[in-house]
Design a protein around this ligand. Structure first.
Ligand code: ZN
Ligand code: FE
Length: 257
């Protein structure tokens, strides 16, 4: 399974999964159809599936146009998103599985950004291979999504699920927010040397307009404050030992940042 990352809208990424043997493709969160069409043409591949993480327009805006062009495609989304995702045919629940190019994607229910948000995790199939996590707007490189429909308790539960995945997992998050996220992270975790090094790296990449996505989950665990609420440095920054309260305070500070 090859993965292509297509920049879209102002700061979104659409992910195109390609099976070169069968000449088929699937796409994660097509906020708009044009970049997907272009890539499909270039690869001479047929689109067979859309995997949506949640109903926001910048993630589903291309569904209808792609469905028209490829009437046989199957559109997947979370069961709680019923009625909110254009063309949705499959209503996924936690523990369900999807398949593409001989890989199995496990569905994780990760509410918080929205009440229906899901993520897709493709575990490695061979030694040394990476796992692939498509997490929409739940976990970002260096940050996490805003709480539009969910509570801090839900988001902590969701992020706890995601951080339990292996370090050797690529995090394909849906926005290029990393630089701003790390600027905030440094204000709450200033002595973290991994974070300082990551910030320098990301700053250099962004100065050349290069992508900082995907990141590795191991790096997130070492540097992303939103999966580190139980680390001492962060507990003292937010003056709380309680996971939900720590997380809520961090999220609140980031909202003001
Ligand atoms: Zn969103
Ligand atoms: Fe989004």
């Amino acid at each position: 399974m090859d993965i292509y990352q297509l920049p879209a809208l102002s700061d979104n990424y659409i992910f195109l999964l390609h099976d070169p043997q069968q000449k088929i493709a699937a796409v994660v969160d097509p906020g708009t159809a044009q970049p997907v069409r272009q890539k499909l043409q270039e690869l001479k591949a047929e689109l067979v599936a859309i995997f949506n993480t949640h109903h926001h327009h910048d993630h589903v805006g291309g569904n209808s146009a792609l469905m028209k062009q490829f009437p046989k495609i199957c559109i997947y989304g979370g069961s709680e998103d019923k009625g909110r995702i254009p063309g949705q045919q499959v209503f996924l629940q936690s523990g369900d599985r999807v398949q593409f190019a001989g890989r199995i994607g496990e569905v994780l229910f990760v509410p918080g950004h929205t009440r229906a948000h899901i993520a897709y995790y493709f575990p490695p199939t061979a030694e040394g291979e990476t796992g692939e996590l498509f997490c929409g707007d739940t976990l970002f490189a260096g940050g996490c999504g805003r709480l539009f429909e969910g509570s801090p308790t839900q988001m902590v539960t969701s992020l706890t699920k995601l951080r339990a995945l292996p370090d050797n997992t690529r995090v394909w998050c849906a926005h290029e927010y990393t630089l701003k996220n790390l600027q905030f992270a440094l204000t709450v975790d200033p002595d973290n040397q991994d974070l300082q090094a990551r910030f320098a790296e990301v700053k250099a990449l962004r100065s050349r307009s290069q992508a900082t996505v995907p990141s590795m989950l191991g790096m997130e665990k070492r540097t992303n404050p939103f999966v580190r609420w139980d680390q001492q440095a962060l507990q003292s920054a937010v003056k709380s030992l309680d996971p939900v309260q720590s997380f809520a305070r961090l999220r609140g500070m980031k909202d003001q940042f």
